[in-house]
Design a protein around this ligand. Structure first.
Ligand code: URA
Length: 477
């Protein structure tokens, strides 16, 4: 009778593990029927030592790709299946994968497909929440894939969210992107229900707005977005109601006159109607591109993107946080209550608002709906990072002598790190080769409850603006 050899397969064994085990088994001439692959990795089993002279295994490229998917599958027979196929390849069936009707090939292809689907779902359904960890903003997410796809899925997030630090925890391990390098670690316990009212609201609003009742296919939706992922996806709380009211909404849509095209469609059609081949000037092109920006969910709930305004020859650029309620409605920066304080302080410092460029770190209004009101929410690193591209573009075009950073969000965007504004206010910093005067945000002055403190702080703000003016004048001499 043939003696069976058992091989321990570590639960997170990837293609390297498979290759090592397979090399060893092949070197010992073990037929697939002579090996039992213990997929839960708990037995005190034969761990095949790799003989020194174990031959290198040559695998066709398609087979290598198949291995890299199939090893991630959670099926217990994944290694046995691959070893059987490999044995056949080594025995001369180099084209085994082309035999589409072969039961082993079919099963391996099914496993590979399931893994690819799981990777896709992880990319689509992972939801990050911002947390402060050891004084640094960190985006954390919990995701439960069906297969062991963390290592396969993680590089996508590193590409997509290069400029933030993040951790994705799963029941079979964690992936962390910190200081621009990717690390994998052991699993952690499932966290209690994740809760971040602000971010959750943004996702729900985004989902509600983009949901098209006329295209609702409940079965397809459930197949695409399996219910087991719902607990970590804030937008799913809106789903039952959207599904319930879909029919009525479709009827209403049919009876309504056609909607006005969305703003970016206007922009596109204007461009198409414009002189053929004529590129818009760089600032207009930048603003136009910012109108179509979908890098973070804020665009979904805001009325419009609010870009900077002022002469492109300005020697001073003022950077605020984000448009407020009034700015969002009017499409211009600093026109609401904070804008009034700002205008008064500028005038007192002898600065002509018409001669400076005024903009924001974040170009869409972030708010929390409360009844009919929209309550301002401070933008987080996710939005500041996503929007930094536009601010940089404005500054690169204008090349001012001095940038005045109003408040912590502007400083975060300009410095690329959190800045203690009250400590550094009045100072002139050099950030990314730009001279930046740090000061408080005008809305901070509106929030001070004690009138004496408010008056003193306002005077300090005007003094900061005077300093900025003087500095610019000197730089121009
Ligand atoms: N606050 C800002 O930071 N920017 C504005 O445009 C309005 C209020």
């Amino acid at each position: 009778m043939m003696a069976l050899r058992s091989v321990t397969v570590p639960p997170d064994g990837g293609d390297d593990t498979f290759r090592r085990i397979a090399r060893s088994c092949l070197a010992q001439g073990l037929h697939p029927d002579e090996v039992v692959f213990d997929a839960d990795g708990t037995g005190s089993l034969f761990e095949p030592a790799e003989p020194r002279d174990a031959p290198t295994i040559l695998m066709p490229r398609r087979f290598v790709e198949l291995v890299s998917d199939v090893v991630c599958h959670s099926a217990e027979d994944r290694f046995a299946l691959l070893y059987r196929l490999l044995w056949r390849v080594q025995a001369g069936e180099r084209n085994v994968l082309e035999q589409a009707a072969d039961p082993d090939v079919q099963r391996a292809q099914q496993y590979a497909k399931a893994v690819a689907r799981d990777v896709y779902r992880m990319h689509a359904f992972t939801r990050f929440r911002e947390r402060m960890i050891e004084g640094r903003p960190m985006f954390v997410a919990w995701f439960e894939p069906q297969h062991n796809v963390l290592r396969k899925a993680a590089p996508f997030f590193a590409d997509r969210f290069t400029n933030m630090d993040w951790i994705i925890a799963t029941p079979c391990g964690t992936a962390a992107w910190q200081d621009k390098s990717l690390h994998f670690g052991p699993p952690v316990a499932r966290p209690p229900k994740q809760d971040d009212a602000v971010l959750d609201e943004v996702w729900s609003t985004y989902y509600r707005i983009t949901f098209n009742p006329a295209r609702l296919r409940v079965n397809a939706m459930l197949a695409q977005m399996p219910k087991r992922h719902w607990p970590t996806m804030p937008e799913t709380t809106s789903m039952p109601q959207l599904v319930r009211t879909a029919r009525t909404r479709v009827k209403e849509m049919e009876q309504r006159a056609p909607d006005r095209p969305p703003r970016f469609a206007d922009v596109l059609s204007e461009r198409q109607l414009g002189a053929a081949g004529e590129a818009p000037p760089p600032w207009e092109a930048l603003k136009e591109a910012a109108h179509a920006c979908r890098q973070c969910p804020l665009h979904a709930a805001a009325t419009q993107m609010v870009f900077g305004e002022g002469p492109l020859s300005a020697s001073m650029v003022f950077v605020g946080e984000q448009p407020g309620d009034q700015e969002d409605l009017q499409g211009r920066p600093f026109v609401g209550p904070a804008g009034q304080v700002f205008d008064r302080a500028l005038a007192q410092a002898g600065i002509d608002r018409g001669a400076v460029y005024v903009t924001n770190a974040v170009k869409h209004f972030k708010f929390e709906p409360r009844g009919k009101r929209r309550i301002h929410q401070k933008p987080g690193t996710i939005e500041v990072t996503a929007c930094r591209h536009w601010l940089r573009g404005e500054l690169d075009l204008i090349r001012p002598k001095l940038v005045v950073s109003l408040g912590a969000t502007a400083a975060l965007s300009l410095a690329g790190r959190p800045v203690p504004v009250t400590k550094e206010r009045g100072s002139i910093q050099s950030w990314s080769g730009r001279a930046v005067l740090v000061t408080v945000h005008p809305s901070y002055l509106l929030r001070l409850p004690d009138p004496d403190v408010a008056a003193a702080e306002y005077d300090r703000f005007v003094a900061d603006l005077r300093r900025a003016k003087l500095w610019c004048e000197r730089a121009e001499q």
